[in-house]
Every structure is written in C-alpha cells, then in structure tokens.
Design a protein around this ligand. Structure first.
Ligand SMILES: [Zn+2]
Length: 194
C-alpha cells in the first residue's frame, strides 16, 4: 500500500515548478508476521516492478537504511536493494537492485559487527557474517549480473537475503537478547498504537 504522494514544490517562481513525486511505503516492523513469509521469485519485469523499485528506493532513503527487501514493505517477492555507498559505488548512483538473488560464495573468513534492521528500529546487535560474499541476481530489466562485496556490503547482502527466507535479525542472537528485543519491540508497538 502506498501512502498519498507528497508533492514538493521547489523554487519561488511559478514559472519554474519542479515537482518531485515520491511514494513512501510503510515499513513492516517486528513482530508483524508477514516478515516471516518466504518470498517468491519475480517473474515479470514490467512497469509495476519498476514502480515498486522506485518506491522502495524512496522509502529506503527516507528511513536512511543501508538496504531494504520487498517483504519489509509487505511485498513477498525475492527482491532487495542495497544503498550505493554501502555497495562501494558513488552516492549519486541508484541503489543496487537484486532480483531473485542467489549466493554464489561466502568466505570462510568472518566478521562480527553491530547490525540493525529497518524492521527493528533502534536495535543493533552483534552478528557474525561472512567477510566476503558473492551473489548473482537479475537487475530490474531481468539482466543477470554477479557481484562480490566485502565488509559492510557483504553484511548488507547477507542480511537482505535472509529476509527473503523470513529470517530476521532476532534469529541471530541468543535467547536472552531475543527476549529483550521482543519486549522492546512490543513496548514500542503499544506506544504507537492509537
Ligand atoms: Zn532488515
């Protein structure tokens, strides 16, 4: 579901009206059960898919996320984005779009670092991941590509890939921490309830 478009008017002159149309999608938060769904392959590379990618891009940037998977906006498709800077590309590049991604290789070398998730706002927990990850996927036109990343990029790809199988940050921690996260997220949901 998309919230109403917000039109931003730039410039004081009525001669020069630039309108930016953005669609910000609501991001599902734990314990929303939809986050546990297993996503299915994208089969049509049409305008709807491009619209979804554009909306997810706006949503990810507004939330200042390093990555976003489609299931986090309630769409159970095997698709995720990674912020261009996280993917070691210029900040002006569009996010890297991974469609029907597959892990080609994970390094034996590991990294442990604090990891967060837009579906668990304000929560960061140490998670062990492969230091380097190689993925293959399709782009928004359906063209295959392979990419290898290390450090934060590798972490982001592994994190987003987990989402497609319904695997979440909370599954990566021990029982005590899991209980703390559960309580914190429940409390937050109560505060925000009307
Ligand atoms: Zn996440």
């Amino acid at each position: 579901m998309a919230v109403p478009r917000c039109r931003v008017l730039l410039g004081p002159s009525s001669d020069v009206i630039l309108s930016i149309e953005m669609s910000i999608l609501p991001i599902l938060r734990f314990p929303d059960q939809r986050l546990r769904e297993t996503s299915r392959d994208v089969t049509s590379f049409d305008d709807d898919l491009k619209r979804l990618v554009a909306d997810m891009t706006d949503t990810m940037y507004l939330a200042e996320g390093a990555g976003l998977s489609a299931i986090q906006v309630g769409v159970p498709l095997r698709l995720f984005l990674v912020d261009p800077e996280v993917a070691a590309r210029p900040a002006t590049d569009p996010p890297v779009v991974f469609i029907n991604p597959q892990i080609v290789r994970l390094s034996d070398e590991e990294q442990t670092g604090d990891e967060g998730c837009l579906s668990f706002p304000g929560i960061f927990v140490p998670v062990k991941r492969a230091m380097t990850a190689e993925f293959k996927a399709l782009d928004v036109e359906g063209k295959p590509f392979t990419v290898e990343g290390s450090g934060l990029f590798a972490r982001a790809m592994q994190h987003e890939h987990d989402h497609l199988a319904g695997r979440l940050l909370i599954d990566m921690v021990g029982p005590v921490k899991r209980q703390i996260i559960r309580r914190k997220m429940r409390k937050e949901a109560e505060v925000e309830a009307p």
